[in-house]
Design a protein. Structure first.
Length: 153
């Protein structure tokens, strides 16, 4: 016959094991969601380089707002027109030092963007910091806000 104390200890061990399993599963899911957001960040860069407004549109919420590195504000339709019209002529565009922080159905992606762009016929290399805010709706991640700041050396 088991003693009540022994049963209580066994129950506590079982409960602790279940909590650890749930925490591990949550960490694994958070890692998967972070990886998805990072893949969308990379797809965004590719769409910008190719002036593919259609592909970029799929990543953006209808309420998307962008503040560029010069302080200019654009809503989704303005930003997509900017991309479609090829205003920025990138030779290279990439991100480094990226991190994604999850807050339930919200993800904040930060990092350093590095690009080589033609300005007035000359190739210019620039670096900047960005913050993109993503929300998950109906199982899909959509960017709702983006902000970029140039790094001056």
């Amino acid at each position: 016959m088991k003693s009540p104390r022994r049963s209580m200890i066994a129950g506590c061990i079982l409960l602790a094991g279940m909590c650890l399993e749930i925490a591990a599963q949550h960490g694994r899911l958070a890692g998967e969601e972070s990886a998805r957001v990072l893949s969308f960040e990379n797809a965004w860069n590719q769409a910008e380089v190719r002036h593919d407004a259609r592909a970029l549109s799929m990543l953006l919420a209808e309420t998307f707002e962008f503040t560029d590195d010069n302080g200019h504000f654009m809503n989704k339709s303005q930003w997509l027109a900017h991309i479609r019209n090829g205003v920025d002529q990138y030779e290279q565009l990439g991100n480094t030092g990226m991190a994604v922080h999850l807050y339930g159905d919200v993800a904040v992606a930060t990092g350093i963007c590095q690009d080589k762009i033609k300005e007035k016929g000359k190739a210019v290399v620039r670096s900047g910091r960005f913050t993109n805010t993503w929300i998950q709706q109906n199982g899909e991640w959509k960017c709702v806000a983006s902000q970029a700041t140039l790094i001056r050396y």
